[in-house]
Design a protein around this ligand. Structure first.
Ligand SMILES: Nc1ncnc2c1ncn2[C@@H]1O[C@H](COP(=O)(O)OP(=O)(O)OP(=O)(O)O)[C@@H](O)[C@H]1O
Ligand SMILES: [Mg+2]
Length: 172
């Protein structure tokens, strides 16, 4: 189980897609999963975002993916709520503030939403949450490296971890 998380615009999806292609792994969009499962509990009208019920998400994700064979890549800014004891590694994507700003502005997001996410990146909200939840965290910066190059680096790191823990195999 490979968790990919980070602030919106940090490059998670580009990276997670490359990684799942290279690993021939299943790719799971955790946002879509949570939406379908009705786990976005409350609408915050001021922020215009949905709040996720993290403990229900953790349980539902565990149930959905643990029976699956092979590698699974979980992609979302909420994917670190997947229980850390079942995850091999958690990649936290980051990017410098200018890069995140440009990427979010390109989506025509309202200014307050862009600022809120820049603040989250400055205060390392997701990185801190992932560590506090007990994940084996590796930070990847997407500002100056392509998603493909980051995915190749990630595979080297996954191989090392699996060599040390003796779990599973990866395609060559
Ligand atoms: N390593 C990279 N190098 C250059 N551009 C990138 C890289 N990663 C992502 N991008 C670009 O940045 C934008 C945002 O990337 P992406 O959609 O992967 O972010 P995200 O973290 O998944 O955001 P969200 O949380 O909103 O889903 C996209 O236009 C994407 O093509
Ligand atoms: Mg994404």
């Amino acid at each position: 189980m490979i968790v990919v998380t980070g602030t919106p615009g940090s490059g998670k999806t580009a990276f997670a897609r490359e990684l799942s292609l290279l690993l021939r792994a299943k790719y799971l969009d955790v946002n879509a999963f949570a939406r379908k499962a009705g786990l976005f509990s409350e609408y915050d009208a001021r922020r215009r975002t949905w709040e996720v019920d993290s403990s229900r998400l953790a349980k539902a994700l565990r149930k959905a993916v643990l029976g699956l064979k092979g590698d699974v890549v979980l992609d979302s800014h909420i994917s670190h709520f997947f229980p850390s004891r079942y995850a091999d590694i958690c990649f936290v994507l980051r990017a410098d503030l200018k890069t995140i700003y440009k990427r979010l502005k390109a989506r025509h997001w309202p200014s307050h939403k862009v600022s809120e996410n820049l603040e989250a990146e400055i205060f390392e909200v997701i990185l801190t949450e992932a560590r506090q939840l007990g994940h084996k965290v590796q930070v990847l910066d997407s500002s100056r490296r392509s998603a493909g190059s980051l995915a190749r680096q990630a595979i080297k790191n996954i191989r090392l971890i699996r060599k040390n823990t003796g779990s599973g195999s990866l395609p060559n």
